[in-house]
Design a protein around this ligand. Structure first.
Ligand SMILES: Cc1ncc(COP(=O)(O)O)c(C=O)c1O
Length: 432
């Protein structure tokens, strides 16, 4: 027995040697195929969270696996001192299929957002304008670096690490008046998610986003859209901004772009590209041959294989079934989201973590956000047959509610957490 096949050893080593910033569920996965994961004992789980919107092609996808195997045997890494064909190819595809003219590669969502923030400030610096303020939304989530916690509109992520990076302001999401009043002559950018994923899957209003774009145009402010979670097909369009009929000036991507291989990308218009001169930004690993090979395979699934059609089809099925469940079970308060990024909010008192635990027991993986919402962000090639399995298991758990209650008080006789306040949403211990 080794740490690789003995769960108790895996757990002990984690406790002893890893910084305890996560609170993992009681399982370790060793293999995946399609939309399924297998734990150390061989038990099979339907993966409805896809590594938090990362495994866009599921697990062990033949095209991704074979391209990566080939690339590993040829060249894993090569520095940005040199031209990298895989990087050139991926940059071309991202620009060709989006609003953007230029692209910078990094390794994560936070880094993609760091580059976006720096680029916006650099743009005004080189123009000789004193603009540095970035307005972001309350309840947003942009990452864990010092720059991106400053951008994140939730004090709990910033407080322990003060002093925070200055120059950020937070306004209520979907409130145009508040945004207008926050603008000053020093405003460089407005930075928004189109769906606040980490705080409960809350989509922005169409009218709001259109009005934000208009305001930015009128005032010469840059619009940064964080598509780390919503990008690369997740919402049924290649990029979520397409659902809103606007284009950003800067967009960040990560999560699904590499299908599981770490990669981040910051895209911008030709005009904004003047914000970075040679030496202003960089990354040792960003844009390396291995990561860009993954990005190319993922993009090819949209360009050549019409993956978006599947997202639309399976999304319609899931929304329709979830709305049926909502009509049947009063414990479902709301179903929201777009494409294959869906939040299912339960009535106060129903514990999302208990529900997640029940689903895990039945071999289905989801995430719990806040006290009463579960999120699904499965592989984009999830089949309708697999989606049916999810609905069947969820229905069974909801049917059993009388016998096996989903409130912690009823289940454990202990006091349940405070019912769903929006402020409680991101569970620091549980979310990546
Ligand atoms: C919208 C958004 N931006 C940024 C991030 C940070 O990405 P990463 O964890 O890859 O740094 C996340 C992660 O959940 C996210 O959802």
């Amino acid at each position: 027995m080794s740490v690789y096949d003995d769960f108790n050893l895996t757990k002990d080593f984690d406790k002893d040697y890893c910084l305890q910033v996560f609170a993992p569920l009681n399982v370790a996965f060793v293999k995946g195929k399609g939309s399924y994961l297998f734990d150390q004992s061989g038990k099979k789980y339907l993966d409805m969270i896809g590594g938090i919107a990362v495994n866009s092609l599921g697990h062990n996808h033949p095209a991704l696996t074979s391209a990566l195997k080939k690339q590993v045997s040829e060249l894993i890494h090569c520095s940005n001192y040199y031209y990298i064909p895989q990087r050139s190819a991926l940059a071309y595809k991202l620009c060709r299929y989006s609003f953007a003219d230029k692209c910078f590669f990094s390794n994560s969502g936070a880094e993609a957002n760091e580059a976006a923030i720096k680029l916006a400030r650099g743009y005004f610096y080189y123009k000789g304008e004193d603009r540095y303020e970035i307005i972001t939304a309350k309840m947003s989530f942009h990452g864990r670096t010092m720059g991106t916690i400053a951008a994140t509109g939730q004090e709990k992520f910033r407080k322990p690490f003060e002093p925070n990076l200055p120059g950020f302001k937070y306004v209520t999401y979907n409130d145009m008046d508040e945004l207008e009043s926050a603008v000053t002559p020093n405003t460089a950018a407005v930075m928004l998610e189109l769906i606040q994923g980490e705080s409960g899957v809350h989509p922005a209003d169409q009218d709001y986003i259109k009005a934000v774009r208009k305001l930015c145009n009128e005032k010469g402010i840059l619009l940064i859209i964080d598509e780390v979670q919503t990008g690369v097909g997740r919402t049924g369009r290649l990029f979520c901004y397409e659902n809103y009929g606007i284009t950003p000036d800067i967009m960040s991507l990560a999560k699904g772009l590499g299908g599981g291989v770490p990669i981040g990308a910051t895209l911008c218009t030709a005009k904004v590209a003047s914000g970075f001169k040679v030496g202003d930004h960089g990354s040792t690993f960003g844009g390396n041959p291995l990561a860009c090979t993954a990005g190319n395979v993922v993009m090819d699934q949209f360009i050549d294989k019409d993956l978006l059609t599947n997202v639309g089809k399976v999304s319609s099925y899931l929304f329709s079934e979830l709305h049926n469940l909502k009509n049947k079970y009063s414990t479902i308060a709301n179903v929201r989201g777009m494409g294959l990024l869906i939040g299912i909010e339960f009535t106060p008192g129903i514990s999302a973590s208990l529900l997640r635990e029940r689903l895990l027991g039945e071999g289905v993986l989801v995430s719990a956000i806040g006290s009463s919402t579960i999120r699904i962000a499965p592989p984009l090639n999830l089949t309708e047959t697999d989606a049916k399995v999810f609905i069947k298991v969820l229905t069974k758990i909801l049917k059993d509610q009388k016998k096996r209650p989903l409130s912690e008080t009823a289940a454990y006789g202990s006091t349940a957490k405070e019912p769903g306040k929006r402020e409680d949403y991101i569970d620091k211990e549980l979310e990546a």
